[in-house]
Design a protein around this ligand. Structure first.
Ligand SMILES: Cc1cc2nc3c(=O)[nH]c(=O)nc-3n(C[C@H](O)[C@H](O)[C@H](O)COP(=O)(O)OP(=O)(O)OC[C@H]3O[C@@H](n4cnc5c(N)ncnc54)[C@H](O)[C@@H]3O)c2cc1C
Ligand code: SF4
Ligand code: SF4
Ligand code: SF4
Length: 374
């Protein structure tokens, strides 16, 4: 294997992009050390490419932070006390927001939005990188600075968003950036939270391991469970929508739990087995092996919990501290303190379901990678 010093974007092209493993997170382009020289760009097809190869400094940063390379995996696992198959965790339960406005727009129990509101209102963070809804199916990454920004961003999108790109655009990334961050003091953005899928959180964690500016601004990470992501074009084009006679313009809300759940404007719900949407998953997702967002401070999903609740996994000491304070200040409530049937949905039940998804995803990833190497 090459040493860290000998790596460049050529290695990403060979090992990730040309092998269909790139999830188009935009991390390599946003955080390229030669960003201001114009070495890389996101191409028209949505995949990263050289703008000008001669501008590349061959520093290897793009390769090291890419969530699809394995070079920092052992270091990351050691750092986060990782264990098979869910990573490190300290507590698992069902919970929901106490805020009716949040509950009305949330995907599940609105725990994500309410924790972020708690963090903002208590000035623990200056902003949160989330995805703002643009219609029922569209999303745009933003830095939310207010409660209403966060409520605008609640709910889930299973289509691609580029959070890392947002971080890069706002703070830029190459060496002179430290200066830019200082100048941006007027923006008061010194402490940020981020919500992301496992691939997005992993890229941030790799940057943090390497002390790459501005990942130091991210002080809290909320990781979404994730089986796969797909594009809206594929949802409409493939047989899938035709077989189920679904007009995507009539979809009001999308959710993923044990199934893909499409709530139509007419109030009808379609429950589509996740195996069926593998057909339209991005190729990179089929090779991805992290369901439960193993390196986040708190991971969340819908599986296992009753409707209107979020399944919460507390992982790190900061995750534990933040959640305890949000609970104490009544931003969220645990299932035991409501009319919830906590006899059925206890830690063992949730753990078994999450483990089942996590193991299935790891097996799928191994098969996919094996078949690519044949
Ligand atoms: C691509 C994707 C796949 C998922 N797959 C599963 C799954 O297989 N099983 C499961 O149990 N749960 C899955 N989830 C998580 C689930 O849909 C809910 O997001 C989670 O339960 C939190 O619910 P909540 O009501 O607490 O969040 P809310 O309070 O509604 O907040 C959701 C937050 O997620 C952010 N967000 C929305 N879409 C994206 C995106 N594409 N990328 C990054 N951030 C985003 C929003 O900006 C918002 O801040 C997935 C989520 C996404 C985005
Ligand atoms: S300058 Fe560094 S980060 Fe940018 S493309 Fe070259 S190797 Fe990658
Ligand atoms: S997965 Fe992200 S970091 Fe890796 S090559 Fe693709 S866009 Fe770049
Ligand atoms: S399955 Fe989810 S976490 Fe994995 S690459 Fe796809 S979007 Fe990212």
């Amino acid at each position: 294997m090459k040493s860290k010093k000998e790596l460049s974007f050529d290695n990403l092209l060979d090992e990730v992009i040309h092998k269909d493993l790139c999830n188009r997170c935009g991390g390599c382009v946003s955080f390229c050390s030669a960003n201001n020289l114009g070495a890389l760009k996101m191409g028209k097809d949505g995949f990263p490419d050289y703008t000008d190869k001669d501008k590349c400094l061959e520093c290897g940063i793009c390769y090291l932070i890419c969530p699809k390379t394995r070079i920092l995996e052992e270091e990351l696992k050691r750092h986060y006390d990782w264990k098979y198959p869910l990573g490190h965790w300290v507590d698992i339960f069902s919970a929901r927001s106490t805020d009716k406005e949040v509950l009305n727009v949330a995907t599940d129990g609105g725990v994500v939005t309410s924790i972020l509101i708690y963090l903002l209102e208590n000035k623990v963070i200056d902003g949160a990188i989330v995805s703002k809804r643009m219609g029922p199916l569209g999303r745009k990454p933003i830095i939310a600075k207010t409660r209403s920004d966060l409520i605008d961003a609640a709910g889930s999108s299973f289509f691609e968003t580029k959070h890392l790109d947002e971080l890069g655009n706002i703070y830029s990334t190459s060496f002179p950036i430290i200066k830019v961050i200082k100048e941006s003091a007027s923006d008061s953005m010194k402490k940020l939270a981020i919500v992301g899928t496992a691939c997005q959180i992993e890229a941030i964690r790799k940057m943090q391991l390497l002390n790459i500016v501005p990942s130091n601004l991210i002080i809290f990470t909320i990781g979404l469970f994730c089986m796969q992501c797909f594009t809206i074009e594929d949802l409409s084009k493939k047989n899938f929508a035709k077989t189920h006679k679904i007009n995507i313009n009539d979809i009001e809300k999308v959710n993923i739990k044990d199934n893909l759940i499409l709530k139509m404007k007419s109030n009808i719900r379609f429950y589509i087995p996740l195996e069926e949407i593998e057909e339209i998953a991005r190729p990179a997702c089929l090779a991805c092996n992290d369901f439960s967002n193993e390196f986040a401070d708190i991971s969340v999903g819908g599986v296992g919990s009753q409707d209107g609740y979020t399944t919460v996994m507390i992982r790190t000491s900061i995750g534990k501290q933040v959640y305890a304070e949000a609970l104490y200040q009544n931003y969220v409530e645990n299932s035991q303190s409501s009319s919830y049937d906590s006899r059925k949905v206890n830690e063992k039940h949730l753990l078994n379901i999450i483990k089942d998804f996590a193991v299935r995803k790891k097996i799928r990833s191994e098969k996919r990678i094996d078949s690519m190497n044949k």
